[in-house]
Design a protein around this ligand. Structure first.
Ligand code: ATP
Length: 661
């Protein structure tokens, strides 16, 4: 039942008493007469109007004073509902808008779900809902109110997951808010988020996470599910809808990457600006400080550049103090390393934006990439029992070796050494596609090291070998016992692979010259096979791309049509009127999109649409019969004529003087 002090709802669904309903009854019955009945807002009328409903049923009568009062209570960025619940839970005051909400947050359209509005109803600003929220307060929205996990953080007990871990609506970029959430709050692909265990740890760990449960809305992948006739049921010349677009998994992968790239964290306590970067999003899967690789704890963020608008990965070395200016200049040489197997380095600078002295490296950002350690050695796994370190097939390992050899060739040719060659610093950016990451860092941090480049390059080869053995054994610590590690490797892989790795491991021996060039010569047959795979992939991508080619053309054509059709400012223009020469463009639109079948049902046939648009684009001589909606006019026109009308109408539209008459 609707709780006291609120308008009753017509819809029986509403009577089940959503938890939000209880929080929304802020109007006392004494001012009910000044309050527009919610049923009027939602359904246009109220069944209880004559049965004692105390609320106002005439929108015009809602007095202005009340309106002003309501406007004052409108939801805005300062409203508590925007306060991350973990912060408020900790008694931390709501961060100020100016310091916490990035400029991007306001315009982050893809992540501004309508359901964000429903989260408002969960907090102390519900009054705005009825009057302000009508445009997005559709009946369809009514049911879904607030994701459970999010609500729990405010008003209810914490949500528990199957592992006994409580998650107060922890931020998860891929949890949809538009789909009704389960009790665990997880729908759709869920990325591992360490902070879901312990949100406060994020604050201490340098990665300043804010609780944004239910804020993000992923792309609705299911809308593209390839349901349709199977190929064997169709004739050779027939096409399925999904034959016309990118393959599903590839499209989904690209969309996920785009979503990850555009992801923002509006209420984060990370700095709003780090030099010329803004909109920081942490990428680390663990909040534990680890200084093993660089001698300083490092944190990785995605950020957008205000110089060029592109997204970059920022690696921050916490607590680093630059003592020698020359050190940071060594990054210049790394900027020249342009290689498909190395994450490109763009810049390095020191920063105090994190309230300490930090060193920041700017590199390319590769959305949704994992490290090889995460992929094969179980690093970053939230649940120990879930480690799934499967044996890496020999062909895949050769692929990795080829790519690393390619990277080292380029680095060594530039007179540099990778220095960091470990599984946690190699990024997997696509299927079996890897890139060396974080190479330039030790050149700055250990600038004063006495080792020569030649020496460091030799060390690279040894590190390379050790990494392959570690990956082959699927065990991060296998190199603690090299003999056992090699025994295992010999059992699992071919003699050629074993010999290559053995050669690398002995890179420091003085008796023989060992360079990356020699190694590449030694594995040439494998290079050919990797090269061939790359060519196949290239062919595949070219063919996938060509499927999309036509779509862009047709979108442009449809855009043109829509620019012209039914422009309100031309309503009384004879050129556009019922007898005007452009009138049939409007009817053509009906012909393409609004046909009905014999029983009056809409014809939803993509094939028909594509055929018509293609013929229009080509200006075919084929004639079609266009009948007006009132069936009073009938035109027999060729596509060629429609095309001519489309072009001239569009040109007319483009002329600025057109509206002077
Ligand atoms: N350039 C980048 N583009 C996209 N993601 C990246 C980039 N660099 C690192 N990452 C991601 O950031 C996360 C943290 O990277 P990092 O190199 O710190 O690895 P790590 O596993 O945390 O290692 P460590 O424990 O040594 O800090 C990883 O999940 C990695 O995939």
């Amino acid at each position: 039942m609707a709780s006291a002090g609120k308008p009753p709802l017509d819809d029986s669904r509403r009577t089940t008493g959503s938890p939000k309903m209880k929080t929304r009854g802020v109007f006392g019955t004494e001012n009910a007469k000044d309050t527009l009945c919610r049923n009027v807002t939602i359904y246009g009328r109220c069944r209880y109007e004559d049965k004692g409903c105390a609320f106002n049923h005439d929108p015009l009568k809602v007095n202005a004073a009340n309106q002003a009062e309501l406007n004052k209570k409108r939801f805005n960025v300062d409203s508590p509902s925007f306060t991350p619940s973990l912060l408020s839970g900790n008694g931390t005051s709501a961060p100020k808008k100016s310091t916490t909400i990035s400029p991007k947050a306001a315009s982050a359209a893809p992540f501004q779900p309508r359901v964000a509005a429903s989260s408002r109803s969960n907090t102390s600003t519900p009054t705005a809902r009825q009057e302000v929220g009508t445009p997005d307060w559709t009946v369809a929205d009514v049911q879904e109110f607030v994701p459970q996990g999010f609500e729990g953080a405010h008003v209810g007990p914490l949500q528990g997951n199957g592992n006994g871990i409580t998650s107060p609506g922890a931020f998860d970029p891929f949890v949809t808010a538009s789909t009704p959430l389960t009790a665990a709050g997880a729908v759709g692909p869920v990325s591992a988020n360490p902070y879901a265990h312990d949100p406060t740890a994020a604050l201490g760990g340098g990665a300043f996470f804010a609780n944004q449960g239910g804020f993000q809305q992923p792309v609705q992948y299911h809308l593209y599910a390839p349901i349709g006739p199977h190929n064997q049921n169709t004739l050779g010349y027939q096409r399925n809808v999904h034959d016309l677009f990118l393959p599903n998994d590839f499209r989904e992968e690209l969309q996920k990457k785009a979503a990850a790239t555009l992801q923002t964290l509006p209420n984060t306590t990370l700095p709003t600006q780090v030099d010329y970067f803004h909109s920081l999003v942490p990428l680390d899967l663990s909040h534990q400080k680890n200084a093993a690789t660089f001698g300083f704890p490092s944190w990785v963020y995605k950020a957008q550049s205000s110089k060029d608008g592109n997204f970059y990965a920022l690696r921050r070395l916490e607590g680093f103090r630059l003592t020698n200016e020359k050190a940071i200049r060594s990054v210049q040489a790394w900027k020249r390393v342009c290689n498909g197997s190395v994450v490109t380095v763009h810049d390095a600078f020191t920063s105090r934006s994190f309230q300490d002295s930090s060193l920041i490296f700017v590199t390319d950002y590769h959305p949704l990439s994992k490290t090889l350690a995460e992929q094969h050695l179980g690093a970053g796994n939230r649940f120990q029992g879930r480690q799934n370190n499967t044996h890496i097939p020999e062909q895949v390992l050769w692929g990795y070796m080829t790519q690393i050899a390619n990277a080292l060739k380029s680095i060594h040719t530039n007179g540099l050494a990778a220095r960091v060659l470990e599984a946690s610093k190699v990024l997997l950016t696509g299927k079996n596609r890897i890139r060396l990451n974080a190479c330039a860092i030790l050149d700055v941090v250990q600038f004063d090291s006495q080792r020569t480049v030649a020496d460091l390059q030799k060390q690279d080869l040894v590190n390379f070998g050790q990494m392959i053995v570690t990956l082959g054994a699927n065990s991060p610590n296998v190199m603690h016992n090299p003999t056992k590690a090699m025994e295992h490797f010999t059992r699992a892989y071919s003699p050629q692979m074993k010999n290559s790795v053995f050669w690398l491991l002995n890179g420091l021996q003085k008796d023989q010259e060992r360079t990356i060039d020699l190694f590449i010569t030694g594995i040439s047959s494998q290079l050919m096979s990797t090269f061939d795979s790359a060519l196949h992939l290239d062919d595949q991508l070219t063919s996938d791309l060509s499927r999309e080619l036509e779509n862009g053309r047709l979108v442009r054509l449809m855009t043109k049509l829509n620019f012209i059709n039914e422009r309100p400012e031309y309503e009384h223009d004879r050129q556009w009127a019922e007898n005007g020469e452009r009138y049939f463009l409007k009817i053509f639109r009906d012909y393409v999109f609004h046909q009905v079948d014999a029983s009056g049902d809409a014809v939803v046939d993509l094939g028909h649409v594509l055929t018509c648009l293609n013929k229009l684009d080509a200006g075919s001589d084929e004639k079609i019969t266009l009948v007006s909606r009132d069936e009073q006019s009938c035109f027999i026109v060729s596509y060629k004529e429609v095309k001519k009308a489309l072009e001239s109408s569009f040109q007319a539209l483009m002329k600025p003087t057109r509206r002077m008459h």
